[in-house]
Write a protein that binds this ligand. Structure first.
Ligand SMILES: Nc1ncnc2c1ncn2[C@@H]1O[C@H](COP(=O)(O)OP(=O)(O)O)[C@@H](O)[C@H]1O
Ligand SMILES: O=c1ccn([C@@H]2O[C@H](COP(=O)(O)O)[C@@H](O)[C@H]2O)c(=O)[nH]1
Length: 220
């Protein structure tokens, strides 16, 4: 069954434009996603974070959940993410999950998410799974040096995600860095656009906006 929000619907007969923004942790993915969103805010647009699709781990204790490798593709419920994107393409609503980083677990509550004309999907592992990769209309890789990314991550994880300096460093060396080299970096080759240094690269953002607007024009 189709599902509509009261808001205007500009491309009634078309599938949504799906923009994928990927790159390593701390590269600036969320910042780029927000900048694109802000520039197109008059459109029927929304952001989906891949992080919302980390697997539910309620069957594990907190201690066990701290040991999960959150940078491995198997940490994500990729089937649910793909199913939700397919539903949105068919103008159906989804119940979008939410994630609690402090507890390393999916939250109990979900949000009803309506179909959009433009969806920005943002996350570390968008290009590793061929089925997901093929669904993306535009694939962006935010490319930021690892020394900058780890500094950003230390600050963010201590401030927003309830971590200690030691735990961030341990996690980075044991799982984040190896998984980045195995699953994130090699998939850069699939990107349509590589944005150096993330969110404040206004030239790259403007080029992206122009491209999205031209696709919208083709489809209205
Ligand atoms: N180009 C940039 N220059 C300086 N700081 C940036 C830049 N892009 C992002 N940041 C900052 O780095 C941190 C991580 O950025 P974020 O977009 O959340 O990264 P990601 O979503 O890839 O983990 C945030 O505090 C953000 O404000
Ligand atoms: O429970 C969790 C879930 C994820 N992480 C880490 O988060 C990053 C991905 O988020 P970014 O916003 O792209 O940085 C990933 O590298 C995981 O290691 C976590 O620590 N705990």
């Amino acid at each position: 069954m189709t599902c509509f929000e009261k808001k205007g619907w500009i491309m009634m007969n078309h599938k949504p434009i799906l923009i994928g923004i990927t790159g390593g942790t701390g590269s600036g993915k969320s910042t780029v996603a927000q900048a694109i969103y802000d520039s197109l805010s008059e459109k029927n647009i929304a952001i989906i974070e891949q992080d919302a699709y980390y697997k539910d781990q309620s069957h594990l204790t907190f201690e066990e959940r701290t040991k999960t490798n959150y940078d491995h593709p198997l940490a994500f419920d990729m089937d649910l993410l793909i199913e939700h994107l397919e539903k949105l393409s068919n103008k159906q609503c989804i119940e979008k999950p939410a994630y609690d980083f402090e507890n390393h677990n999916r939250k109990k509550e979900t949000t009803t998410f309506y179909p959009k004309d433009i969806i920005i999907l943002e996350g570390i592992l968008l290009l590793d799974e061929p089925k997901l990769r093929d669904m993306l209309d535009i694939k962006i890789f935010v490319d930021t040096d690892s020394d900058v990314r780890i500094i950003r991550r230390i600050l963010r994880d201590i401030e927003d995600r309830g971590r200690s300096l030691e735990s961030v460093i341990d996690q980075y060396l044991s799982t984040v860095r190896p998984a980045h080299l195995q699953f994130v970096e090699p998939n850069k080759k699939y990107a349509d656009i590589i944005i150096p240094e993330g969110g404040f690269n206004q030239v790259a953002i403007d080029i992206m906006i122009a491209k999205v607007k031209s696709i919208v024009q083709e489809r209205v």
